[in-house]
Design a protein around this ligand. Structure first.
Ligand code: THU
Length: 130
């Protein structure tokens, strides 16, 4: 867990967020022990910004990992309590992460709230709705 925090905080420190000044870091622990991190990357065209959670998940899939490979996800920000993932990230997590996978919502002080992926977005839109 210490290593996961280290990687998530490292990603947080690399946040490109000149508009919101709100950095976020995410780190995924994979079954093979690999840790894949992501940060939020903003754009002057605000809507093109990408959240830390999605950056990490898209990187994992880019490297060939699948949802079965994800053991745990950690998300941190400089918030008083555990950071709350946005709706778009909850939707993406609902498809790319297994339902029982623990998502550790936390902050720089390591105040944690641990939820299962499936509990982040009840009644999520899925491929079964298509
Ligand atoms: N952000 C994330 O990266 N993850 C979240 O779960 C919440 C929001 C980013 C998006 C934007 O760059 C900044 O935080 C402020 O909304």
């Amino acid at each position: 867990m210490e290593k996961l925090y280290q990687k998530a905080i490292e990603a947080y420190l690399n946040s490109y967020s000149p508009y919101s000044h709100f950095g976020v870091g995410a780190a995924l622990l994979m079954k093979d022990g690999m840790i894949i991190s992501g940060t939020n990357i903003e754009n002057a065209s605000y809507g093109l910004s990408n959240c830390a959670e999605r950056t990490a998940l898209f990187s994992a899939y880019t490297l060939g990992y699948k949802k079965e490979d994800i053991v745990k996800m950690l998300i941190v920000a400089n918030t008083p309590g555990p950071v709350s993932p946005c709706g778009a990230c909850r939707q993406v997590i609902s498809e790319l992460v297994g339902p029982e996978v623990p998502i550790v919502l936390s902050n720089l002080a390591k105040v944690e709230k641990i939820v299962k992926a499936k509990d982040l977005l009840p009644f999520a839109f899925s491929n079964e709705d298509l």
